[in-house]
Design a protein around this ligand. Structure first.
Ligand SMILES: Cc1cc2nc3c(=O)[nH]c(=O)nc-3n(C[C@H](O)[C@H](O)[C@H](O)COP(=O)(O)OP(=O)(O)OC[C@H]3O[C@@H](n4cnc5c(N)ncnc54)[C@H](O)[C@@H]3O)c2cc1C
Length: 418
């Protein structure tokens, strides 16, 4: 990385990554590890964001193992879910069993996203080519002769330009990069929104799972001494729910999840309830000369199945695998970028199709129902047949076209972990 002065401070690097979420941090790490100079720009001052994807699936655990980092990662506080159980009406149904996977990754690890991102950052900082700038908000693209050659950003020290052979938009589902690049978005639509909240957990309470009953759909994530609760609602229903008032909302939670009923008063105001407007979309073309989008910036995912982080990480691994060499050799072409889309578009399409099927076939009928729910025969069959529980476990835990790390560890490692 080189620095120059001027109206805006200018940095020059090989790859500029906009956004330090799971996709951006993993890409920055893998490229720096392969000896590529990379600047990651993250608009926030830290990674502390609640109610985000906090699930690390077996496919990501596998990648961590390939990088020799699994043991260190799992030393961080986390919970392990080896089975996924949902309660339909009064009947508990096991829908996925991860325990048949190799022992070291036979579970979904529930770990706050900031812990995971902190971990990746500390590993990435061991490589001299890795540069992370926090509070650097990307505001626009630098284009020359029809090619993207960098980004404009604002920082606490004033304006900053970063010039690079490649800009990668990893700035999430409201991506500035994809908007500024004029990339066309295909909106697939999502009929649901989610209200997120946290309520303390007591010994003896159930673990991670789902609760489905007439008109009510909750996902329950165990997070040590508290639960993260996701209340799935019809799109646009949040205003009506809020109008009915917080006491009525607390009653909904208490009725659906009796084990937290004595503690629903922990929801003191609507500030304790966060609305996620669910979107499913994807770019028709993920790249332009000098620019590529991956992760949610290329394809916003629904929280159904909790696969968004993992897909973002798989995108990052594929991008690093396909681009580290042309980036190093200065031979990067549009065809290289097209290869990334070709590799990752198929798993994205299949996963989004499954999410839409789950939205239409399970979530919407549950939300529309007014009678006590009975589990459909398919779920009963899955619950009774452990072998069948491997299919959802594979879809959620491994997913379509899992990636493997093919980038070398080429850069010299700083002696101490930072
Ligand atoms: C409420 C919620 C719950 C979810 N639950 C799950 C789950 O349980 N499991 C799961 O796997 N997935 C879940 N997802 C989806 C998952 O969080 C995303 O799919 C995943 O985080 C995408 O990773 P990403 O790196 O592409 O984007 P993001 O995680 O969105 O990261 C984008 C990063 O870019 C930064 N940024 C944005 N704009 C700029 C800019 N202009 N300049 C600089 N930086 C910028 C942001 O601050 C952010 O750090 C959930 C999503 C939400 C919103």
């Amino acid at each position: 990385m080189t620095v120059a002065g001027g109206a805006a401070r200018t940095l020059s690097t090989t790859c500029c990554v906009a956004g330090g979420g799971p996709a951006g941090m993993m890409l920055g790490f893998l490229l720096a590890r392969a000896g590529i100079d990379v600047v990651v720009l993250e608009k926030h001052a830290d990674f502390l964001r609640d109610f985000r994807g906090d699930t690390i699936h077996p496919s990501t655990l596998q990648l961590m193992q390939e990088l020799g980092l699994l043991e260190a990662l799992l030393k961080r506080p986390h919970n392990e879910a080896t089975k996924l159980t949902v309660q339909v009406g009064v009947t508990p149904i096991t829908v996925a069993d991860f325990s048949w996977l190799p022992r070291e990754r036979a579970f979904v690890a529930l770990m706050p996203q900031w812990d995971f991102l902190d971990f990746v950052t500390s590993e990435a900082k061991r490589y001299p080519g890795f540069h992370l700038l926090m509070q650097a908000n990307v505001t626009g693209l630098i284009e020359e002769g029809g090619r993207i050659v960098g980004v404009h950003a604002t920082t606490p020290d004033g304006p900053l330009d970063v010039r690079a052979r490649l800009v990668v938009g990893c700035d999430g589902r409201k991506s500035t990069i994809r908007k500024e690049a004029g990339l066309e978005v295909e909106d697939i639509g999502a009929p649901i929104d989610v209200l997120w909240m946290r309520i303390s957990r007591r010994p003896g309470d159930p673990g991670t799972g789902g609760r489905l009953d007439a008109g009510s759909f909750f996902a329950v994530l165990e997070r040590g001494d508290y639960f993260q609760l996701a209340y799935v609602i019809p799109k646009g229903a949040a205003a009506r729910i809020m109008q009915a008032g917080l006491p009525a909302f607390r009653q909904i939670v208490a009725k659906a999840l009796p084990f937290v009923a004595p503690r629903v008063d922990e929801l003191k105001s609507w500030d304790d309830v966060k609305l996620l407007s669910v979107a499913i979309d994807r770019l028709r073309t993920w790249y332009r000369p000098g620019l590529l989008c991956i992760g949610d910036a290329a394809h916003a995912m629904s929280p159904i199945g909790g696969v968004g982080i993992n897909l973002a990480i798989q995108d990052a691994v594929a991008t690093a695998n396909l681009l580290w060499r042309p980036l190093r050799d200065g031979t990067l072409t549009e065809a290289d970028l097209a290869r990334v889309q070709k590799r990752r578009e198929f798993p994205t399409r299949v996963t989004q199709r499954l999410q839409v099927a789950a939205q239409n076939g399970i979530v919407q009928p549950v939300l529309a129902s007014s009678k006590p729910l009975e589990p459909p025969w398919v779920l009963r069959l899955i619950s009774r047949t452990p072998l069948l529980q491997r299919i959802p476990a594979w879809l959620v835990g491994i997913g379509v076209r899992p990636e493997h790390v093919h980038t070398p560890e080429a850069a010299p490692v700083r002696s101490a972990r930072v």
